[in-house]
Design a protein around this ligand. Structure first.
Ligand code: S3P
Length: 185
């Protein structure tokens, strides 16, 4: 990948997109689909786009090219999507690792961080095998350890919603309220 200096993403008000960030298993995709449907916006799932374009699953990208390559693909896609409009974007759990990603998404979108307890995340991700970062014997310990390392990054997002004990519909409703308030500013 070439090292071209990045141009600034121009800020827009009111927000043109809704961007869901948060750890794996916090409900970004489920809530994102409900939101897109209700608001007649395009639903965009970052992991799916990366997989489609690469022609292989994320676990294979990690295994063959390594995590830094995946993060570079993710970064390029953030820039592309942040320049777009009328989208509900479900991001990959690791986009907060690069502060430029959060900056670019925040310039054009309402960024909401979905959160959940490690126990809830464990329950929601236990059966899945497509997340390379959780492919370890002690999945729960792995969740706790990655969450701990990223906690400050997720906590720095101004809008945060704990999804542990709520339905996806009620979470989507709260985000819709937030979105309509932001559009009136
Ligand atoms: C990752 C989360 C995954 C995917 C990749 C890395 C992370 O997305 O992007 O496996 O670093 O937290 P989901 O949050 O959609 O599972």
């Amino acid at each position: 990948m070439q090292n071209i200096p990045e141009r600034r993403i121009e800020p827009v008000t009111p927000p043109a997109n809704i961007v869901l960030v948060g750890f794996m298993g916090t409900g970004k995709t489920t809530v994102g689909r409900i939101l897109a449907d209700a608001l007649k916006l395009d639903f965009v799932d970052m992991d799916s786009i990366i997989e489609k374009r690469a022609g292989k699953p994320i676990s294979t990208i990690f295994a063959q090219e390594g995590e830094p390559h995946f993060r570079a693909l993710e970064r390029a896609l953030v820039r592309e999507l942040a320049a777009g409009r009328n989208q509900v974007i479900a991001t990959g759990g690791g986009i907060v690792l690069n502060p430029d990603n959060v900056r670019d998404f925040s310039a054009t979108g309402l960024v909401v961080c979905l959160q959940a307890t490690p126990e809830t995340i464990y329950k929601r991700t236990a059966a899945a095998t497509h997340r390379p970062l959780l492919e370890q014997d002690d999945k729960f310990a792995r969740i706790v350890s990655i969450l701990e390392k990223r906690r400050a990054l997720y906590d720095a997002i101004p809008h945060r919603i704990d999804t542990s004990t709520r339905t996806p519909q009620s979470i989507a409703g709260e985000i819709m309220k937030l979105y309509s308030m932001n559009r009136k500013e």
